[in-house]
Design a protein around this ligand. Structure first.
Ligand SMILES: [Ca+2]
Ligand SMILES: [Ca+2]
Length: 140
């Protein structure tokens, strides 16, 4: 199973994340870090992820995101993107975007307060939809 691990850090101590790291995993093994080409394709994703305010103080790595697609029908196109926010090895909260009829458009978004502003609303669902869409562009 493949997933993209995203780590945001507040290295300058300003209370907001200033550094992002991306790691590509397959079957639990780190395959590679993001290349310059990946970073280009991850530009919108990065902006979205920073809005989720799920980051570490300093160079910590406990808080991170794991995002991956699932294709239970086995037809080669994903029907679901899972967006799991981790604290250490535990999922702190999670979200998902589902393409129920497999037409490439997400109809169902399951999300709590993913941007940590104290409200679970349409903005959170839109963030998850956009994160999922941007992630799929990577083809990972
Ligand atoms: Ca659909
Ligand atoms: Ca929110």
């Amino acid at each position: 199973m493949r997933y993209l691990k995203v780590i945001a850090q507040d290295r300058s101590g300003q209370g907001v994340a200033d550094t992002l790291q991306f790691e590509f995993y397959e079957n639990g093994q780190l395959q590679r870090e993001a290349t310059a080409a990946d970073l280009k394709r991850l530009k919108s994703f990065s902006t979205l992820y920073l809005k989720c305010a799920w980051f570490n103080d300093g160079e910590g790595e406990a808080r991170h995101l794991r995002i991956f697609s699932q294709n239970p029908s086995g037809d080669g196109t994903p029907e679901m993107v899972r967006v799991d926010f981790y604290q250490g090895s535990v999922i702190a909260y999670k979200a998902a975007a589902r393409d129920l009829d497999n037409d490439g458009v997400f109809e169902l978004i399951l999300a709590s307060d993913v941007d940590n502003d104290g409200r679970a609303n349409r903005t959170d669902r839109n963030r998850v939809r956009s994160l999922a869409r941007e992630f799929l562009k990577l083809g990972w």
